[in-house]
Design a protein around this ligand. Structure first.
Ligand code: GCW
Length: 694
């Protein structure tokens, strides 16, 4: 089947108990908006598609005109979907059971055989329909009314897609699922058929925005021929409630040759951005906003011309303000050229974000949101929560996650991000001595911000699996679920996803859940332990073991490994001072080696290889043991997967099997490369005789 995977978790495959369920769902669907661009219309179509696939039940969708005449259709009932206002306009009772709806939220009201899916807005109605279908596709007909509201207003994906890449192809930076679905040969594709399929997946898990080009942005993005192409993208996503936004290059006016400056305080620069923004909104009236990477990794920005990051961000915010757009301004600001590891013990890239944003809290316009990577470095296998979340009390913030597995096996190693993301979202930063969970800060609850939320680098491409791996799609599903409700259970989400994607076989569900929950600790074990970071090649591919590449360059992802000792001393007195960027209680915990958890020991402290951990092992012995344990576990994946043959789609099974066999082998390469590297450096053999000589 050539298309296996395209529908991902939205296959609407027939459920085993469809004969029974068919009679428990309404026999009639009414969508209270018949405009094809409306998510409510989409909801009606989607419900009909779902009933046909899941239940083998053909149901026509009718619209508002017939809504009033519903009433007694015997036991067959009516499923009606629309917004609160549309229900009222159709003279229907809007019974929310006293629950409150916020933007994008929905209430599903079940009374007898009638079902009302009531969205606070059009998008909310569509989310309610998808939620109802999610239950059906897992063999359950919802029998009680319920309400669901999103935890945070911003739930976006980011695309690092390039207009072109040397040749004609639109490539995806850190993408492992093929070419861009948006671009080709320096322009927007003619054939955008994958775009609505993708938007459908996004909508089904509550994602409401998509930045459609790389943060390392091309200045052509604001040229009319690109904007016209993006209008087509926006038109295809709008029926799914996904608003598009764009990344911009800070130096655009200069790079396009229109002006000889990009100074955010210069009136011609301000006029340039106002005019381009007005032009963009003529084509895309619901543009979500802009995403800006500035003054980082060689990208132009305000710092080079002595303007502040706030002045830079506000330039775009002011242009967007009349249109209701948002500026997402990235906190990933650091100088990748001047850090010197050997000469400066206190130099530390991890310090950059808090230092660069120092004094700026409250200086941003109301429609600026600071987008912060989950950790202070860069999507490593384990990082402490970025301390910047604790510093922005008067500025909304969003967390930046990666669905694409840049440092985490690039879709060739299995990964399931739930517990990694929770390790940051659930972390208590103790701002002002009070509970300050990262998830509460970004949702706007902790500091009373109207904006905030989630962004994830998606990485999908033209590959029929989207991400280059069937299992990797669980992370896109998970991302939407967690941005909607960060308290979802890691195990529950993967079970749902597996049922929806692979079917009802209990062995399949159990094995996918078990392997997925083991994936992160397994990978951490054979790549980088104790907070030393993912010991991958950081100079180029970010793939495969290369511990030597971390040190001796200005990128600042250092381990400071020598013949006796290892780790970044980030303590306050003797080290880089990074620990001191946290509020006092957390700073104290990390500053003190006794209270630093083992899994972040080398993130915060520089110790001899013989240092004894809380676990009782030495650092070096932990390295050896963990690498063996991780690799050993990865080597169980192929045989555990083997047992599922015939219990799920054959193509998906075999493509996944291929990945597991590869991973099992590559985990041995990782194990031996890392263990030998540290043995050669330290000359301390493995107590169990596996590494070095006795
Ligand atoms: O870690 C780096 C990635 C770059 C990326 C950058 C960023 C888009 O390796 O590929 O650039 O982070 O997040 O800006």
């Amino acid at each position: 089947v050539a298309e296996t995977g395209i529908d991902a978790w939205l296959r609407y495959a027939r459920v085993p108990n469809c004969g029974k369920l068919r009679h428990e769902v309404p026999g009639r669907i009414v969508a209270l908006n018949n405009s094809e661009a409306s998510p409510v219309y989409t909801a009606g179509q989607e419900l009909a598609l779902g009933f046909a696939g899941i239940l083998d039940k053909d149901v026509q969708v009718s619209d508002t005109s017939s809504a009033k005449h519903h009433g007694s259709h015997g036991h067959s009932g009516t499923l009606m979907v629309g917004t609160v206002d549309q229900f009222a306009d159709a003279s229907m009772d809007v019974d929310l059971d006293d629950d409150e709806l916020i933007a994008d939220g929905y209430h599903i009201s079940i009374s007898g055989s009638d079902v009302h899916i009531i969205g606070e807005n059009d998008r909310g109605a569509l989310y309610g329909a998808f939620n109802y279908l999610n239950a059906l596709a897992q063999g359950n007909v919802p029998s009680e009314s319920y309400t669901s509201n999103p935890d945070a207003p911003i739930r976006w994906v980011n695309h690092w897609d390039n207009l072109q890449d040397g040749g004609t192809h639109g490539s995806v930076e850190r993408g492992y699922g093929g070419e861009s679905i948006f671009y080709w040969d320096g322009s927007v594709r003619e054939d955008l058929s994958r775009v609505p399929q993708y938007a459908r997946l996004l909508a089904s898990v509550g994602i409401n925005g998509a930045i459609v080009n790389n943060v390392n942005a091309n200045e052509s993005m604001v040229e009319p021929y690109i904007v016209q192409g993006l209008q087509r993208v926006a038109d295809l996503m709008r029926p799914y409630g996904v608003q598009i936004g764009m990344s911009l290059n800070f130096a655009t006016p200069e790079l396009l040759g229109v002006l000889d400056t990009y100074d955010p305080l210069n009136q011609s620069v301000i006029d340039f951005w106002n005019q381009r923004t007005d032009m963009i909104y003529e084509h895309i009236p619901d543009l979500a906003g802009y995403l800006i990477k500035a003054s980082s990794e060689g990208q132009p920005g305000p710092l080079a011309i002595n303007r502040t990051l706030a002045e830079g961000a506000n330039l775009f915010a002011k242009a967007l303000q009349p249109h209701g757009g948002i500026t997402m301004f990235r906190a990933f600001v650091y100088d990748s050229t001047s850090l010197n590891e050997t000469e400066d013990w206190r130099a530390d890239r991890a310090n950059a974000a808090v230092e660069f944003f120092d004094g700026l809290d409250g200086k941003f316009d109301d429609n600026v949101v600071i987008q912060i990577k989950y950790g202070p470095i860069d999507f490593q296998v384990r990082e402490p929560a970025s301390p910047l979340f604790a510093h922005l009390k008067n500025t909304p913030s969003a967390i930046e996650l990666q669905v694409t597995q840049e440092y985490l096996g690039q879709q060739d190693h299995v990964m399931y991000f739930a517990d990694l993301w929770k390790s940051v979202l659930d972390f208590d930063l103790r701002v002002d001595g009070e509970q300050s969970l990262v998830k509460d800060i970004i949702a706007g609850r902790r500091f009373n911000q109207p904006l905030g939320g989630y962004a994830a680098v998606s990485g999908i491409g033209l590959n029929q699996t989207w991400l280059g791996s069937h299992l990797a799609m669980s992370n896109l599903y998970l991302y939407g679920q967690m941005a909607w409700n960060p308290d979802v259970s890691s195990a529950g989400v993967i079970e749902d996803w597996t049922r929806l994607t692979f079917g009802f076989n209990q062995d399949v569900i159990d094995t996918v859940r078990e392997i997925s929950l083991e994936a992160w600790p397994t990978y951490e074990n054979y790549t980088g332990n104790l907070g030393i970071q993912t010991l991958t090649d950081i100079l180029n591919a970010h793939y495969g073991p290369n511990p030597a590449s971390q040190d001796g360059n200005p990128w600042g992802q250092w381990t400071r490994a020598d013949t006796f000792s290892i780790g970044m001393d980030r303590t306050i007195e003797n080290g880089t001072g990074f620990a001191g960027q946290y509020p006092p209680e957390v700073a104290q915990m990390y500053d003190n080696i006794e209270t630093t958890p083992d899994d972040l020991l080398l993130w915060f402290h520089h110790v001899p290889y013989t240092y004894v951990l809380n676990s009782g092992e030495t650092v070096i012995q932990h390295f050896y043991n963990a690498h063996y344990a991780g690799s050993e576990n990865a080597q169980t994946f192929p045989e555990r997967w083997q047992a599922l043959q015939g219990k799920m789609d054959q193509q998906q099974w075999s493509e996944t099997m291929h990945k597991f066999v590869y991973q099992a082998g590559h985990s041995i390469v990782w194990r031996d490369a890392i263990n030998n590297f540290y043995y050669n450096l330290s000359d301390i053999p493995d107590e169990l005789g596996r590494v070095g000589h006795h």
